[in-house]
Structure formats: structure tokens, C-alpha cells
Design a protein around this ligand. Structure first.
Ligand code: EPZ
Length: 431
């Protein structure tokens, strides 16, 4: 049977977890959602067909395919080969990213840089805030303006135009992943040299820079806070295999840790997990790493630790909700400080419903570990909070029902199948 063209998941599906199973075995991480989304927008810079492999079947990728198609760049899943996406750049007929797509996925805003660089204009709905914060795009706009783009805003849309972008020196006030990617992509076709300072160091920025170079861009400095880009006349399409998803891998390792289990995650380079491995070791877990895998052997009960989120190579904010679930059942107290987003503790009230003892004080959550959580019906509010609730359910006494699980389908491919494959008692129920 042909694989579904898109993740056919009901909007009101729920995931039901029967806690208590010790997870054991090996599981493969899917391709990186966040790397893929940026690479899909990069395809707009080149004429011809860009092929991306190891693409995760997640809702955000489907939305990006819809967006590229709406711009006039045919983009689709390959019918024969799984996890392959084909995008025909160079044929944009309508450089406008409509509100109803951008509001569903803010990464859509990253089409702006490629559109202005390659087509001289772009009109993108301003992404509103989201559950985890206001998430302004001022750095994206200031960076593109520095390259000579003219900005107009009307009716919730940002319009940018430039006969041809000109290289410039620009310093980000804030370290921003998608902001760095947006401006870097635009600079590849600008006239002259661009120097971007205080650029983000995330692996997804490094991967995008390397793919842009393979497309013919003249870029150096990726992985450092200063990028140097010399504009070229044009870029060619590539065939690229996306790296493994470091956040999904971290989430699966926490699933092993929270059940006192032994889990090996393949398909991801350990160094991309940054400080996550260090924090897991501090909780008392034993980790073994290989070139493309990480294995965890967890103690019966983790120890409490201090976690502070930070841009890469610091502890990833996208792993904060997940490690908090682990610390809820730790021996002793923990403090989790979220420094990147201003409202990323929505999982806390839901974890409390499961018996967690967490006190919030400003940007920090003070967690007092309890021996066992108890299963309960809980509500998912955003992608990583949903993952945190499923993890807590794995370790809870009884049944946990995580509602509104469409949040998790945005960024995790078949999470319940992967966890069941490790011995979890977990199932999806249609809404
Ligand atoms: C990327 O979002 C990721 N998304 C996020 O993952 C991740 O949490 C985030 O980076 C931080 O690592 C994708 O790559 C698609 P930022 P991004 O710009 O780039 C402020 C997930 O769960 N800021 O690095 O949008 C912003 O408010 C998602 O997969 C400005 O002030 O994040 C935040 O406080 C969630 N002005 C901080 O910077 C701007 O113009 C970091 O945000 C841009 C950002």
C-alpha cells in the first residue's frame, strides 16, 4: 500500500500510556524536523529539483510542502521512496506566504530571505506569537533591511523588496536560529560580502550553511558566531540527506532514563545533543556513544540536578520540558531555568496534575522529586510539552491520557510506535 501522502492524524487524537514498563532496546531517530524546514526554504534559491532525504513524516513538513506549492514551487513527497521530498525551485509564480499557513507554522517566515534574494520581493504574513512566547521577527527584518531590502507592513503582512540585495556587516542583537538562517540564505545571492555577527551556532545552522555551499554559495564560519558570505550569481539544486533529529533523540533517551531502562538511539551524532548528554550523566545515567548513536543505561531513580537552557552548545530549550519530566521522579531537588523563551513552562500545571511537586519562581522551576507520579488525563499545549507528558506517563502509576496530541504530530514521527517498540504500553486513540 502506498504510504500516506501526509501524516493522516486526527486533530483530536489522544495518546494513552499505561505506566510502569522499563524501556529496553534500540530505536532509530527520524530526520531533523528543524534542519529539514530550513533546507526546504533553501530550495527556493535554486532552479531545478532539490531532493531531501531522511525527511521526517511530521505535520510541519506537510505544512511547508503546502507553502512552497502555494508559492508556485512544486513540492511533494516522493511516491516511491519513503522519507524523500522533491522541491522544484526557480518557478515561484506568487511570492506570497498566506496567513493561514504561516500562523500554523512560524518557520514559514524563513521563505522571506530566499524570496527577496531570488525574486526581488516577498510578502509573508507576520507569524503571531505562539504558546511559548511572543517570538518577534525583528532580527529577521533588521538583517534583511541591512542587505538593502525595503520593508512595508500592511494587514499583518510584511512585504520586502530589493532590486538586488547588497552585502553588509550586520550584528544580531539576539542569537536567533531561524533569523540567522533567513539572513544567511538571502546573503548568498547579495552583491558583495556579508558579515553576520552574533550568529547562531545550532547544528541546523551549520547544516544549512554546508548545504548552501554544496549549492554553490560562498560561505565560511558556520559553527562560529561570525559568518562570512560572498554573494554569487546563482545557486544549483542539491540532493541532501538530512541529519538525525537531535531533539527527538534526546526525548527517546529521556524515555529510557525515566523508566530506569536501557535504550540505544541510532541515526544521530552525539555531539549534536550538546549538553543534554552531560545533564543526563549528572542524573546518574551511564551513556555510551558511537559515531551515529547514543545508548543510555539508567539508574533505578535519577538524581536531582540544575539545568539552565541556553543557545547551542548549551542545554537546548527544546529539551527543557522533557528533562523536567525526568526530574519530577528524581531523588532530591532540581532547578530548571528557561532563559530562551518567556513562557515555556506550560507543561508544569499538567505535570502537577500527575503528582509532580514543582514551584515556579520567575524563569526557574523548583522541582522536588517524588517516588512515583500518578497517571491522569492531561492536556498537551505545545510540541515539547506534549512529549514531556508522554514521558511522565511512562513512569506514572496507572493510565495517562494525553489529549490534543496533534501538537506532538507536528514534530515527532510515530512517537507511540517508537516507544511501543521499546516496550512501552502506549496507544493512540482517535478523537
Ligand atoms: C528555532 O526557533 C526552533 N525552530 C525552535 O524549535 C527552537 O526552540 C529555537 O530555534 C531555539 O533553539 C525551528 O528551527 C523551526 P530563535 P527560532 O529565533 O529560530 C528571540 C521546536 O520545538 N527572537 O532562536 O524561531 C525569540 O523570541 C521549536 O522544534 C527575537 O527576539 O527561535 C527567543 O526568545 C520551538 N527576535 C530567542 O530569540 C527575532 O527576530 C530565540 O529564538 C527572533 C528571535
Amino acid at each position: 500500500m502506498a504510504r500516506p501522502a501526509r501524516s493522516r492524524r486526527g486533530a483530536m487524537d489522544r495518546i494513552v500510556v499505561e505506566g510502569g514498563a522499563r524501556l529496553e532496546g534500540q530505536v532509530a531517530a527520524s530526520g531533523s524536523k528543524n534542519a529539514t524546514l530550513a533546507l526546504m526554504t533553501a530550495a527556493l534559491l535554486a532552479d531545478g529539483e532539490t531532493v531531501l532525504r531522511n525527511v521526517p513524516r511530521v505535520r510541519d513538513v506537510d505544512v511547508m510542502l503546502d507553502l512552497l506549492a502555494a508559492l508556485g514551487a512544486p513540492a511533494r513527497w516522493d511516491d516511491e521512496e519513503p522519507a524523500v521530498v522533491r522541491i522544484l525551485g526557480g518557478r515561484v509564480s506568487r511570492p506570497e506566504a498566506p496567513y493561514d499557513l504561516v500562523r500554523r507554522m512560524r518557520a514559514s517566515f524563513m521563505v522571506l530571505g530566499p524570496l527577496v534574494a531570488r525574486y526581488g520581493c516577498g510578502r509573508v504574513s507576520e507569524p503571531g506569537g505562539c504558546a511559548i512566547g511572543v517570538r518577534p521577527v525583528d532580527q529577521h527584518l533588521r538583517g534583511l533591511e541591512a542587505l538593502g531590502a525595503k520593508v512595508a507592513r500592511d494587514g499583518g503582512y510584511v512585504e520586502m523588496s530589493a532590486r538586488r540585495l547588497r552585502g553588509a556587516r550586520f550584528r544580531f542583537d539576539v542569537t536567533t536560529v531561524n533569523g540567522t538562517q533567513n539572513v544567511m540564505m538571502a546573503a548568498t545571492l547579495a552583491e558583495g560580502e556579508t558579515v553576520l555577527e552574533n550568529a547562531a551556532l545550532e547544528p541546523e545552522v551549520v547544516e544549512l550553511a554546508r548545504v548552501l555551499r554544496a549549492m554553490g554559495a560562498d560561505i565560511e564560519g558556520e559553527g562560529t558566531s561570525t559568518l562570512r558570505i560572498r554573494g554569487v550569481e546563482g545557486l544549483r539544486p542539491v540532493d541532501h540527506t538530512a541529519s538525525g533529529d537531535r531533539i527527538e533523540a534526546g526525548t527517546l533517551l529521556v524515555a529510557g532514563a525515566i523508566t530506569g531502562g536501557e535504550v540505544e538511539v541510532t541515526g544521530v551524532e552525539p555531539r549534536r545533543l550538546g549538553a543534554t548528554l552531560d545533564r543526563l550523566r549528572e542524573t546518574g545515567a551511564e551513556l555510551r556513544v558511537g559515531p551515529d548513536r547514543v545508548a543510555i543505561r539508567a539508574p533505578e531513580r535519577p538524581r536531582g540536578i540544575r539545568v539552565v537552557t541556553a543557545p547551542f552548545p548549551g542545554f537546548a530549550t527544546d529539551m527543557q520540558a522533557q528533562i523536567m519530566a525526568l526530574l519530577c521522579v528524581a531523588e532530591g531537588a532540581s532547578v530548571v531555568t528557561e532563559t530562551v523563551f518567556e513562557n515555556r513552562f506550560m507543561h508544569v500545571p499538567e505535570l502537577r496534575r500527575m503528582g509532580a511537586e514543582i514551584a515556579l519562581a520567575g524563569r526557574s522551576a523548583h522541582v522536588r522529586g517524588v517516588p512515583r507520579l500518578s497517571g491522569a488525563p492531561v492536556m498537551a499545549t505545545d510540541l515539547r510539552a506534549s512529549a514531556s507528558l508522554i514521558l511522565a506517563g511512562l513512569a506514572a502509576e496507572g493510565e495517562t491520557r494525553v489529549n490534543r496530541v496533534y501538537h506532538i504530530d507536528r514534530g515527532y514521527e510515530r512517537i507511540e510506535a517508537k516507544l511501543a517498540g521499546l516496550g512501552a504500553r502506549i496507544r493512540r486513540e482517535s478523537g
